[in-house]
Unconditional design. Structure first.
Length: 81
């Protein structure tokens, strides 16, 4: 599941939302938060996979979250909680 207690509809909406990102950035978000039953990885582990510095990975994740937070898709998810 996307997060504990999420409905199937919420999980589907989250998948759609994350699909707005580049695939590598989407995977970084999924790994960092442990979404969709994926194991949660540390920033260091994600950075190593991306061949980046930890600070760069953190900045990318932050940028992606900010980008998603202003989308209509996120607003729909937020309203339904």
């Amino acid at each position: 599941m996307a997060y504990e207690g999420a409905t199937h509809e919420q999980e589907h909406q989250m998948e759609h939302l994350l699909a707005l990102l580049d695939p590598q950035d989407e995977q970084a978000i999924v790994s960092y938060y442990g979404l969709f039953d994926e194991p949660r990885l540390s920033l260091g582990e994600i950075a190593a996979k991306r061949k980046e510095q930890v600070e760069q990975t953190l900045a990318t994740i932050d940028k992606c979250i900010r980008k998603l937070a202003v989308t209509p898709e996120w607003q729909l998810i937020k309203e339904k909680q």
